[in-house]
Design a protein around this ligand. Structure first.
Ligand code: SAM
Length: 352
């Protein structure tokens, strides 16, 4: 079986996406039938454990021993592998403290068990995400799901599962950022593996107060922030920033500036309006790369996310993913990289 991690609020969307045979295991944990990594990238799945199986034991030491015993034939010959131990997103705690504390202890004991059994195997432990991964998801204090598999590579080059432990990007605090929204963009850019760079032209729709613009400006890009709301002084006074105090649904890039290097959009609006906005920009091929937040329809989150994916692809962009990321609440992030294929028609030029 494959095990997926998701936001507990979107289990039903993931179950719908996975289709027949999928079922809930616990909060934020969903099971599906075995499938190769390349077929295991789902919108509402933030992380996957390929070919997982249950291991149960009452103590941490016995659990670690059972994990290693079960994998020993495959594990003992490894020249390099990565060990990840984590819990689901469910805010749980058990009798003797939070499950997270127990997972941290399990990691230590597992490392110890490996070192004791074979020192060479202990030395083979690495952080390298391209090596086979021993993943242990502690579901309850005495039950874990265990997977030992290499990540697969999508045609885009992205790995499934991602390089991030449990699909969680760990970000440093940036006290100078004008708003905490910067975390959402940083997370999305980590998933993309690229971001704005010096000299890039960036358009930030729904820019106020300026967390996303600030991230782009930090990279040396120039930014047009489109929002009727006020921008933070730190962004407004930046020489690379221009404030277009207008409606982001109506604003269009000037002829001669398209395609812009990055379209960023964090407008909170009706899902269908946001979808139409994304389609407008994609159909006109006004951007090369994008991070676009799409509010979800409460009645059919999956169909909206799928429509967004299909419509950007249909506009000629091959490298598109739609993911419900860790910092996403009732929205998904549309991730676009590398531009559209050569246009059949000319790029639509529009004067502002
Ligand atoms: C979640 S906030 C954006 C936060 C921003 N990304 C940041 O990092 O600080 C959503 C923004 O969308 C803006 N907004 C809503 N409707 C808009 C519209 N029609 N055109 C432009 N901006 C709009 C709001 O003014 C609000 O500032």
């Amino acid at each position: 079986m494959n095990i997926h991690l998701c936001d507990p609020a979107f289990e039903s969307s993931l179950l719908e996406e996975l289709g027949a045979g999928a079922r809930r295991v616990s909060a934020g944990v969903v099971m599906s039938k075995d499938a190769p990594a390349a077929e295991s990238d789902f919108i509402f799945s933030r992380h996957v454990l390929l070919g997982a199986r249950w291991v149960q034991a009452s103590s941490v030491r016995a659990l670690a021993k059972a994990v290693i015993d079960g994998l020993w034939p495959a594990l003992k010959a490894q020249m390099a592998f990565r060990l990840d131990v984590f819990t689901s997103d469910a805010p749980e705690s058990s009798g003797d403290g939070p499950l997270e504390t127990r997972a941290a202890l399990l990691r230590e004991v597992l490392t110890d068990e490996i070192r004791t059994r074979r020192r060479a195997l202990f030395r083979a432990m690495t952080e390298d995400p391209t090596t086979p991964r021993l993943q242990v998801l502690l579901v309850e204090r005495d039950r874990a799901l265990v997977s030992f598999a290499s990540a697969g590579t999508l045609p885009s080059g992205d790995r499934v599962p991602s390089d991030f432990v449990a699909g969680r990007v760990v970000l440093p605090a940036e006290p100078d950022a004008p708003s905490r929204a910067y975390l959402k963009l940083r997370e999305a850019l980590c998933w993309l593996g690229v971001g704005p760079s010096a000299g890039d032209r960036v358009v930030d729709l729904g820019a106020s107060p300026g967390g996303w613009s600030w991230v782009a400006l930090e990279s040396g890009a120039t930014v047009i922030g489109v929002d009727k709301g006020d921008m933070h002084e730190r962004v407004l006074s930046h020489p690379g920033f221009t404030h277009a105090r207008t409606d982001g649904f109506k604003w269009a890039p000037e002829a001669g500036t398209i395609p812009v290097d990055w379209l960023l959009c964090d407008i909170i609006a009706e899902p269908d309006r946001s979808l139409a906005l994304l389609q407008r920009w994609a159909d006109a091929r006004w951007f090369r790369n994008a991070v676009f937040h799409l509010k979800l329809r409460s009645d059919s989150p999956l169909s909206l996310a799928r429509t967004a994916l299909a419509s950007v692809r249909a506009a000629g962009y091959a490298d598109v993913r739609v993911k419900h990321l860790l910092y996403d609440k009732s929205e998904v992030t549309v991730l676009v990289r590398g531009g559209a294929s050569p246009a059949e028609g000319a790029i639509v030029a529009v004067s502002a």
